[in-house]
Design a protein around this ligand. Structure first.
Ligand code: DGY
Length: 330
């Protein structure tokens, strides 16, 4: 029997590749840099399925040039790089990897939150530069108290929930704002639902967990940043585009807020001469929220299973466009 053909746009864990190879003829993009738009289009024009990544733009013209494509399997929970409506129209199933990355991403949200609050990166740099001349000074390196403060969660999805739970471990009061209110979580964990206005005005730490959509694009701009506490710290592990980068720079330099922890940036990668990188009250990481060995391996294996199910014409373990099942009759 002829095996289906699949394209994998980036190196992934070997056991995920092995799993795919049992079911399909596999072609793996060999570089660390992603394929260009033209290279991706050419590769997908010939295959039945693909494992894709957050930097691979899957738009209408690419899909139109890929007549055999039956399944796209994204190695991420965010899907802002994929035209889901168009994929559904073309009866292409789109897999993704929620759940398996929520805890590791929430761990990193806390790493960022604590790093900015207690000036971890800034003081480490100071030590390495040979500035630690006085053994201990009662007034040096003062930061923000995390315990007992208010943690605001904007977007109570899987990662938002795990971040909120970690806040409880630090004796924080957790408030949240989300598209849908979650009374069961309020009851179970004591989280408090608040208005959009209030989450900005009342959070000591505001952790952003909303997807990037046309509605959330540059959503956190000057207007909202100005309503935050001057002592507040903004943490973003969602997508850089949710925050207006220029407005954030203004907020950080003019003292509208006290700091930011950013795992994502607009644009990515951040240019090395970007003015935000010159600020001491910011920690910037290279989009590594889910980058633990365990989470990444689980993401790759889940993406491989999604791909194989799609190639077999079966429902996916995690499907981002389940409405496609109706037209596929499965
Ligand atoms: C996601 O899952 O959306 C992350 O940003 C990619 O690791």
């Amino acid at each position: 029997m002829v095996k289906p053909r699949v394209y994998v746009t980036r190196q992934i864990f070997p056991d995920a590749l092995d799993l795919i190879e049992k079911h399909a003829e596999l072609e793996l993009w060999p570089e660390d840099e992603p394929p260009s738009a033209e290279e991706l289009k050419a590769a997908l024009s010939e295959v039945d399925g693909a494992i894709i990544n957050v930097m691979d733009r899957i738009d209408e013209s690419l899909l139109a040039a890929a007549p055999k494509l039956r399944v796209l399997s994204q190695v991420a929970v965010g899907l802002d790089n994929v035209d889901l409506v168009e994929a559904t129209k073309r009866e292409i199933m789109v897999g993704y990897t929620p759940g398996v990355l929520a805890k590791s991403t929430a761990d990193l949200a806390f790493a960022l939150l604590l790093a900015v609050a207690r000036r971890v990166v800034e003081s480490d740099k100071w030590v390495r530069e040979g500035n630690w001349k006085i053994s201990h000074h009662p007034m040096f390196w003062l930061g923000s108290e995390v315990n007992g403060s208010t943690l605001g969660i904007l977007g109570m999805g899987g990662i938002g929930l795990e971040t909120a739970k970690r806040g409880l471990g630090f004796d924080m009061k957790v408030i949240y704002h989300s598209r849908t209110r979650k009374p069961e979580l309020e009851k179970k964990y004591g989280f408090k639902y608040v208005s959009l206005k209030r989450i900005f005005t009342h959070s000591d730490f505001l952790s952003v967990h909303v997807p990037l959509t046309p509605e959330t694009n540059k959503f956190i701009g000057e207007k909202l940043l100005k309503t935050m506490k001057q002592s507040a710290i903004l943490v973003n592990l969602a997508r850089g585009g949710v925050v207006d980068t220029d407005a954030l720079h203004k907020a950080l330099t003019k003292g509208w807020i006290s700091g930011a922890g950013l795992d994502v940036f607009d644009p990515e990668p951040v240019p090395s001469d970007h003015p935000i990188l010159g600020l001491d009250n910011v920690v910037v990481l290279p989009h590594i929220g889910s980058a633990s060995n365990q989470s990444r391996r689980e993401m790759h294996l889940l993406a491989a299973r999604n791909l194989i199910s799609g190639l077999n014409g079966e429902r996916l373990e995690e499907c981002a466009n389940p409405e496609v099942y109706k037209s596929l009759g499965i």
